[in-house]
Structures are given as C-alpha cells and as structure tokens.
Design a protein around this ligand. Structure first.
Ligand code: SF4
Ligand code: ZN
Length: 328
C-alpha cells in the first residue's frame, strides 16, 4: 500500500532513506522505521503526559475490530509492562450479519497472536435482540432514529457494564484525531455544547460511581497515520464495512472534512486546536457543570432521569414498558 507521497519530499527527514509517510501540514516525510518509532513514541508520551493510565490499573480496551481499536489494544498491551498496568480487550457483538462475525474472528486471532485477554459481550445477551432485529423495528417505525445512534448508545452501555464487572478502572477507546474533530463538528452543528465540554482525551473522572472513565491514547494521531501504522506493523483487519454505515450522519461529515483537508492541509489540526480551546472555555461555564444522574430504571449513569439505553429499549419494545417523558 502506498500513502500518497506524490510530489512531496522523497527522503526520510531523519535518515534520508525512502519515505513511507508524508506529513503534508508539516512538510516532512519518514521512512518505515522512523515512522513506526515516531508513532509509538507519540502514543507512549500521550499516555504519560496526560496521565491517562496510573500504575496498577486494569485498562479495558473497547475493541471493535477496526484498525484504530486493534492498534490501541496492540500498543497498550506492549506498553503495559513498562508502565505497569494490565490490559484486557472488550468486544461487543451487536449482531450485524455479514460484518460482525468476520470482524470477531479476526479479532480473536489477533488477540491470540499478541497474547492479549479478550472478552466478548453481545447485544443479544444484554438486550435480548441483535442490532439486525432492532433495525427491523426501526424500519417499521420509519427510521425515526438511525441504526448507528442505537448501536452507539447500546455499545457504550454494554462496555461500561462489562468494564465495571471485571473491575477495570479505565476504558480505552481507539478514537483518533479525525474521530475527535468529526464529533466536534457534529456537536457544533447540533449545538451540543455540553457534549463539547465533556469530551476530551480523558473523560468521566469522578463523574458517577458507576461510570468507568474513558481515555483516548490515539487522540493526536490522524486516521491515515493509524492506518499506515497498522499496515506497516502487520496489524490486520478484514476490509468489511457495516451495512448500516450509509445511514450515518458522521460519514458525511468525515468525507466533507477530508475533502477540505486535501485542499487546505492543516485544517484538521486547526479544528482540533479550536475544539480544545472551545471545550476549555465551556468547561468553565454553565455547560461544564453537567451533573451525571442515575437512571431511574436501570440505575446506570445517565444525563437525564432515564438513560438513553432504557429509552431505546422501551422504544424498540425490548423491555418492560416505561412511562416516558421525551428525554432524547
Ligand atoms: Fe454500529 Fe453504525 Fe458502526 Fe454499524 S456503522 S457498527 S451500526 S455504529
Ligand atoms: Zn437506564
């Protein structure tokens, strides 16, 4: 695979060898060895500088089987000895035919290869139905909600429950710089100021006794950098896409930002800087005061009286009927 070096510098900035990756916004290129070293060092330093993990912690890595989460599991597993923490991967089987089985199989193989512990939880086990079943209900209801919205809510819910069950003190996700700015733009478009205040490289510390704080070790890595690193390091994942991705608003934002970045290199970094500045300002305003409540039905952390998972369970007819006030 080539990473579009095109008209750019044809030498590694450090050793002068053939480059494999070009940083267009900084105008330098790196050869395979120096790119891998540089990438790993940045992730390692991100963990240390931002104190994402403390010695003795058990970190649950939320693994979807995509390149980002596999890279996160791979690197945390490698750094765990030096930084003295334990790692376990948690995967969620949503029940998406033609997609999830294939990803899970590759994930099991990968975890075996790198000698990492892996736990698999499923929507069926927690909610009594697969995502495919839920999409049928959504179709009947004319897609008032998108599959990804429901999938995301239920997946976060299951991961928090599982992580707590195994006594993990942090949940690491594979969110990269591109993910962060896509979510930021989406929050801006939806005026989701509380979400902007809350999201960051580490979130949920001391928010609720049942909420396991989230960390994002790839926060400063671009999507294509993670892709390059995963390929160059032999981290393999099958190229299958979830069939519901076409419904995702996020996908449109992603394509739009990528287009703007290709015309104006540096736009992504500027967006990240804007995100950091704005979220810092918001954290010190009334939007940062969000008190996490407890869901009156399931007792899990929630932004309202009823958590989103219980709302959707009720909406989809998956649990006991709840008297709903419109809270979504
Ligand atoms: Fe879930 Fe949407 Fe991702 Fe498919 S694309 S796995 S439905 S979040
Ligand atoms: Zn609930």
């Amino acid at each position: 695979m080539k990473f579009n070096l095109g008209r750019y510098a044809m030498k590694c900035f450090i050793c002068g060898k053939k480059p494999v990756y070009h940083y267009s916004d900084f105008s330098f290129s790196l050869c395979k060895r120096h790119f891998i070293e540089w990438f790993e060092k940045r992730v390692f330093e991100t963990i240390r500088r931002f104190k994402l993990i403390n010695p003795g912690e058990l970190v649950a890595v939320a693994v979807s089987g995509g390149k980002d989460s596999l890279t996160t599991l791979y690197l945390l597993n490698r750094f765990s000895k030096e930084l003295n923490f334990d790692v376990v991967g948690i995967a969620v089987d949503e029940g998406i035919k033609g997609y999830r089985e294939c990803k899970l199989e590759a994930l099991r193989k990968f975890a075996d290869e790198i000698n990492a512990n892996l736990i698999i939880a499923s929507f069926k086990e927690y909610f009594g139905a697969t995502l495919d079943d839920m999409v049928q209900v959504l179709k009947e209801k004319n897609f008032e909600y998108k599959p990804c919205t429901i999938c995301g809510v239920f997946r976060r819910y299951v991961i928090n429950l599982k992580a707590r069950e195994i006594k993990a003190s942090k949940v690491a996700t594979g969110h990269n710089l591109d993910d962060e700015i896509q979510v930021f733009v989406m929050n801006m478009l939806r005026a989701g100021l509380r979400n902007i205040a809350r999201e960051g490289i580490i979130s949920g510390l001391h928010e609720h006794p049942k909420f396991i704080p989230r960390i994002k070790p790839l926060y400063f890595c671009r999507e294509r950098e993670v892709l390059a690193y995963s390929i160059l390091s032999g981290i393999e994942t099958p190229f299958v896409e979830c069939s519901y991705v076409v419904h995702a608003f996020r996908d449109k934002i992603r394509r739009w930002i990528n287009k703007v970045e290709s015309l104006n290199p540096g736009v992504k970094l500027n967006l990240l800087v804007s995100k950091e500045l704005i979220s810092n300002l918001l954290r010190n305003s009334k939007y940062g005061e969000g008190v996490i409540k407890t869901c009156r039905v399931c007792g899990e952390p929630s932004s309202g009286d009823l958590c989103k998972a219980c709302f959707f369970k009720n909406y989809l007819g998956l649990g006991t009927s709840i008297v709903l006030r419109r809270e979504m």
